[in-house]
Design a binder for this molecule. Structure first.
Ligand code: 5GP
Length: 216
């Protein structure tokens, strides 16, 4: 029996540098898959339907909501975002680790519904960096920028609710810290459904024992 994959949620305000850090994390964690969310927002330049997001109309989103297809969903700014439940469950059952890159409210919903989820909050090192990263993206108008900056400050207030806080001073270091969290969490005894390897070590291949406890 394969161990069920690990569900990891990474949040952080836009401007925390999530994109770059997470690209490195994926390089370090080949067993990890990205949960592609559904959104009603318009694609940004270079974004591809089914890769960054499933881009849907509000009517389509509401239809999915009525069919209970989301593990969680939130309105973020003026758009809806949702995590497709089936997509995530299937990957976890196949033994893949699944990464959700979602907002704070969504993260707390997932943690409540699935307490085994590991939550990581990615912070910018300081406010000046946060602002300059937001400006550097230049995908938003000045007004949208202010909304995102205020939202970022609000999100930062929730960092203490997360299992881990990683500061993104240097993207490679931040990525290594997140990868270390994932590696350590995967070694937790309670996560090892497939404990028969311990039985084999203890009893020398005689696996006629209860597989639920490593101590028997
Ligand atoms: P963006 O529009 O910049 O891609 O994302 C805006 C915010 O929505 C980010 O904080 C992102 O993490 C969050 N987000 C993306 N997908 C989901 C989702 O499925 N659920 C929730 N709750 N938030 C999401």
């Amino acid at each position: 029996m394969k161990d069920r994959g690990l569900l990891i949620v990474v949040s952080g305000p836009s401007g925390a540098g999530k994109g770059t850090v997470m690209r490195y994390v994926f390089e370090k964690c080949p067993n990890m898959r990205y949960s592609v969310s559904v959104t009603t927002r318009a694609p940004r330049e270079g974004e591809v339907d089914g890769r960054e997001y499933f881009f849907r109309t509000t009517d389509q989103f509401i239809d999915m909501l009525h069919h209970d297809e989301f593990l969680e969903h939130q309105r973020v700014y003026d758009n809806y975002y949702g995590t497709p439940r089936k997509f995530v469950e299937e990957l976890l059952d196949k033994g893949f680790d699944v990464l959700l890159e979602i907002d704070v409210k969504g993260a707390l919903v997932v943690k409540k519904k699935m307490p085994e989820t590991v939550t990581v909050f990615l912070c910018p090192p300081d406010k000046a960096t946060l602002e300059s990263r937001l400006r550097g993206r230049s995908t938003e108008t000045e007004e949208q920028l202010k909304v995102r900056l205020d939202a970022a400050v609000e999100e930062l207030k929730n960092a203490a609710e997360y299992d881990y806080v990683v500061v993104n001073n240097d993207a490679l270091v931040g990525a290594e810290e997140i990868a270390s969290v994932i590696r350590a969490e995967k070694c937790r005894t309670a996560r090892r459904r497939n404990r028969s390897f311990l039985e084999n070590l203890i009893y020398g291949g005689n696996t006629n024992h209860d597989d639920r406890s490593p101590h028997r």
